[in-house]
Ligand binder design. Structure first.
Ligand code: CDP
Length: 194
């Protein structure tokens, strides 16, 4: 069986939590594609070389979830050669045997337009910044500024900009509990499974 669930959306929308829950529920593999860009940004030096030579050790650094790593990720993610270097791995993961959940920005539009299920998970910038602030601490107003800045960069880059695929189902989690959002995602998957 090959079955791909693409989960895209802006920063801190809850994609990671939903993806992990969906993968556990259906026994699918999960790839957090944001981690690839975070690892490239955190490595420093030439980002194209970093993307071409990414190692498991790069991906297991413990500083990848920080706000700084998020900003660095969105800067290197605008470089076409960086994106190109990461495509084959992501496509192989998406279309390998067994179900796969990938979360990111361009999964339904570029990496796997043939995905059986495409979700676009979003929420207001204020709600997303509040959730991220609960995770990382610091000054909430500054987290909001950085979330908006990153979304702006991700939505306006020339290569693979963040946007919902034409056939994506939008899940706005602004007024939803995480359990309700997971249920909504699972319902979509059940509806598409033969
Ligand atoms: O967890 P959060 O939503 O804050 O971010 P992330 O998914 O870890 O992604 C970090 C950054 O990597 C994003 O702001 C994008 O610039 C970039 N990214 C991308 O360009 N394409 C993807 N498929 C995933 C992430």
């Amino acid at each position: 069986m090959i079955f791909t669930v693409a989960i895209d959306g802006p920063a801190a929308a809850g994609k990671g939590t939903i993806s992990r829950a969906v993968a556990a529920r259906f026994g699918f593999r999960h790839l957090d594609t944001g981690l690839l860009y975070r690892a490239v940004g955190a490595k420093g030096g030439d980002p194209i070389a970093a993307a071409q030579n990414l190692t498991a050790a790069d991906l297991s650094r413990d500083d990848l979830r920080s706000m700084e790593a998020g900003q660095a990720a969105s800067k290197v993610a605008a470089i076409s050669e960086v994106r190109a270097a990461l495509i084959a791995f992501q496509r192989g993961f998406a279309r390998g045997e067994g179900g796969a959940v990938l979360d990111g920005r361009d999964i339904g539009t570029v990496i796997c337009p043939e995905a059986e299920v495409k979700l676009y998970v979003t929420a207001s910038a204020e709600v997303r910044a509040h959730r991220r602030w609960l995770e990382v601490g610091g000054v909430e107003a500054q987290v909001l500024v950085e979330v908006k800045e990153r979304d702006d960069r991700d939505m306006n880059r020339a290569d693979a900009p963040l946007k919902p695929a034409a056939d994506a189902v939008i899940i706005d989690t602004s007024h939803m509990s995480i359990d309700d959002a997971i249920d909504a995602a699972c319902a979509e998957i059940l509806a598409h499974r033969a």
